[in-house]
Design a protein around this ligand. Structure first.
Ligand code: SF4
Length: 410
């Protein structure tokens, strides 16, 4: 297919596809799906080999948020029966992080619900970052605390944070339909603050909220312009008790096309499969490893993922390898002099970022805060289902790990 040859050539040159080409990827037929995966897989392997980076979420503060992000189980007025707790103490957060690291994670993502941190909150998180780094100097720490005020990104950087996450989530034109308590521009501003402070910016999207193909292409091109080092792709987990509980639009095939389009638009960036992979990709998860080079290990913020050992087995069975602590995630032209796999932001790999203040914020965390995951396996006698059928049975609220007395899934 000429389209795919063109996209591979552009991806190997870090050249942007046109909007029409990106839309064409989303419009490909199921008959062409394996060709799309193979083409995007060439770009993925060129920049990241067969390595898969594991990231581990620690929900520092869960629920009771004053913001109204429609997709989020922690939002104002959420009736989702999630865990609700206030700030974990540094030693509690550090213990949770250690479980993820011992499971193979090289990045720990510290997430807190809320519009944004107070200066006292930044102090708390700084203490937590130091506690984690004391235990394991080489672990990457990403903070995801919502909208940042002036100076807060610098303080997190000084405390040892490597990265900051804040997701754009959806296109600028539809952002107001998803959230009314803050704006798309607020989110862009926070990603730019993270960039300016020398933090590796992480910013992504949530697919499956009823958006159009044009919206998906818009948000991924906006991300390219912001030039984050990592782009988490969340697939909406329609949690009971949230306004989007009935939005079941995704199929495994659709998820693969979205990941392929993201890879073509951001070829040399860490593309992460975030919340919802178990619910929406289901048995097709291993194919997605040909597109993304990064996943979350174990559970999400407010929902459970598949068992950590199942993640590791899936990666091995699919012929990929877990990225080691000593390996640099990003290609050389993006890799940071700080080491540890965070990117430099200085040479515009994915996106121009020239003259623009970058911004982004919140993979799997605040910004997406899309927890997601599966748990309960279908019984052996389960009926045959179609790819379009909503799998509400695969959504399980997290009841273990941070904020509980039960061992974490890692
Ligand atoms: S995504 Fe973050 S800011 Fe929005 S409601 Fe959830 S916790 Fe609050």
């Amino acid at each position: 297919m000429d389209l795919l040859n063109t996209l591979v050539d552009k991806g190997l040159r870090r050249e942007s596809p046109t909007r029409e080409e990106a839309l064409a990827v989303l419009a490909t037929s199921d008959d062409d799906l394996l060709d799309v995966v193979a083409a995007a897989g060439k770009v993925r392997r060129h920049w990241f080999g067969r390595r898969v980076k594991l990231n581990y979420l620690v929900n520092l503060k869960s629920g009771l948020c004053p913001e109204d992000c429609s997709y989020c189980s922690q939002r104002l007025g959420s009736r989702a029966e999630i865990l609700k707790y206030t700030w974990l103490k540094p030693d509690q957060a550090s213990a949770a992080a250690a479980a993820g690291v011992s499971g193979g994670a090289k990045r720990v993502c510290l997430v807190a619900s809320g519009r944004g941190p107070t200066d006292r909150d930044v102090d708390r998180v700084s203490d937590t970052i130091r506690a984690i780094k004391e235990q394991n100097e080489s672990v990457e720490v990403c903070a995801c605390l919502g909208l940042l005020s002036d100076g807060q990104a610098e303080r997190l950087r000084e405390a040892g944070a490597d990265a900051y996450n804040h997701n754009l989530n959806t296109s600028e034109s539809t952002y107001g339909d998803i959230t009314t308590t803050h704006t798309y521009a607020d989110r862009v501003d926070t990603v730019n603050k993270a960039h300016a402070a020398g933090l590796s910016a992480c910013s992504g999207l949530i697919a499956g909220m009823g958006e159009s193909d044009e919206d998906l292409v818009d948000v991924v091109f906006s991300l390219r312009e912001l030039d984050p080092d990592s782009v988490p792709v969340n697939f909406l987990i329609p949690m009971e008790g949230t306004p989007l509980a009935d939005e079941w639009h995704l199929t495994p095939q659709r998820c693969l096309r979205i990941l392929a389009m993201t890879r073509f638009v951001c070829p040399d960036v860490e593309v992460r499969i975030a919340g919802g992979r178990e619910v929406h990709l289901r048995t097709m998860q291993p194919l997605a490893l040909h597109l993304a080079n990064s996943v979350f290990l174990g559970d999400y913020l407010t929902s459970e993922g598949q068992a950590g050992h199942a993640d590791l087995e899936m990666i091995a069975d699919a012929g990929f390898e877990v990225e080691g602590a000593g390996e640099v995630t990003l290609p050389e032209h993006r890799a940071s002099v700080r080491g540890g796999g965070c990117g430099s932001h200085e040479d515009g790999g994915c996106g121009s970022h020239a003259g623009a203040d970058g911004a982004a914020g919140g993979t799997g965390g605040c910004g997406s805060h899309a927890g997601g995951g599966v748990c309960a396996p279908a019984p052996a006698s389960a009926p045959v289902r179609t790819a379009e059928e909503p799998r509400t049975d695969l959504v399980a609220v997290r009841r273990r790990g941070a904020g509980t007395d039960l061992a974490p899934n890692a």
